[in-house]
Unconditional design. Structure first.
Length: 303
């Protein structure tokens, strides 16, 4: 194979396409960059770079899997067809997971996934880390969405220091712990007591600097004084419009998430299916009414 040979000290300044699946080789003061085709103006030499072990994509192993995600040591997938036992064992071995479940749908007021066990341990509890925060979850009793991990970081970063924040539909505390880690304190609540107990375990698994007050309630009747929160975050995409008035009663600024076709005045967060997206919107709450208007620059949270 061929490599471009450059001084190690100049490596960060060399912008060339590297051969996928191969590591850069270091020899003394030089770096050898694996390439697919010759690069003009640079020294090209023969080399023997190490090929990385790359886990193949799941749809390269199994046809008909529309989506999957891994939570700790549990894989949750959505196959179109029944999977043979030997294929399931291959997935267990290749992805180093201990359980495989099929998610049929998310249903009910608590937004819990209906799961069917396919292979491995018949266990729905696990621990995992997201953005440096440790979590404990039971995926049969709370909705877990790893695809929102980046959004949770963004949300925590845009809220000004010193803000009093309510995570109104906290589930297992996914966003609440991010908020508390950055701001020092957050309030989080949910109707799902199981989710709140998971959040409590997760708080104890992390630094003592993460301080979260957890409250069980029906969000139609929030147990807080009027306008006590600077920010209220509402991540309940299928029912959020039913709670806006009550959230605005206790908060000054809302950030809400909704599932549907992308609408004007909303920002796309994640694709959910072929036609549906998770979108978000900022709402300024007036003392006497809800202001759904946005400034021209509108599509993102601003302080």
């Amino acid at each position: 194979m061929k490599c471009v040979k450059v001084p190690r000290r100049d490596l960060s300044q060399v912008k060339i396409p590297k051969a996928p699946g191969y590591d850069i080789v270091f020899e003394g003061d030089f770096a050898l960059i694996p390439i697919i085709e010759d690069v003009k103006g640079l020294e090209v030499v023969e080399c023997l770079p190490k090929k990385r072990d790359v886990t193949p994509r799941l749809n390269e192993i199994v046809n008909g899997i529309s989506s999957f995600y891994i939570i700790g040591d549990i894989m949750v997938l959505s196959p179109k067809n029944e999977l043979p036992r030997e294929t399931l064992q291959k997935i267990l071995d290749m992805y180093k997971v201990r359980s495989i479940y099929v998610k049929k749908r998310v249903s009910g007021e608590l937004r819990v996934s209906e799961l069917i066990h396919l292979a491995g341990e018949k266990r729905t509890t696990t621990t995992f880390s997201e953005n440096g925060i440790k979590y404990f979850v039971n995926i049969s009793k709370v909705y877990v969405n790893p695809s929102m991990a980046t959004e949770r970081i963004k949300m925590a970063e845009v809220i000004p220091p010193g803000s009093i924040v309510l995570d109104a539909f906290t589930g297992y505390g996914a966003l609440a712990l991010h908020l508390a880690k950055r701001l020092g304190y957050a309030v989080a609540g949910d109707l799902n007591l199981d989710g709140l107990l998971m959040a409590l375990v997760s708080v104890k698994m992390n630094s003592k600097k993460i301080l979260v007050d957890l409250v069980q309630y029906d969000a139609k009747h929030l147990p807080f004084r009027g306008r006590v929160f600077d920010w209220v975050i509402g991540d309940n995409p299928t029912m959020i419009m039913d709670f806006i008035d009550e959230m605005c009663r206790v908060g000054k600024t809302l950030v809400i998430y909704k599932l549907g076709r992308l609408e004007e005045g909303w920002e796309r967060v994640n694709d959910y299916s072929k036609d549906l997206v998770i979108m978000k919107r900022l709402i300024r709450c007036n003392e006497n009414n809800v202001d759904l208007s946005f400034p021209e620059s509108g599509h993102q949270v601003s302080s």
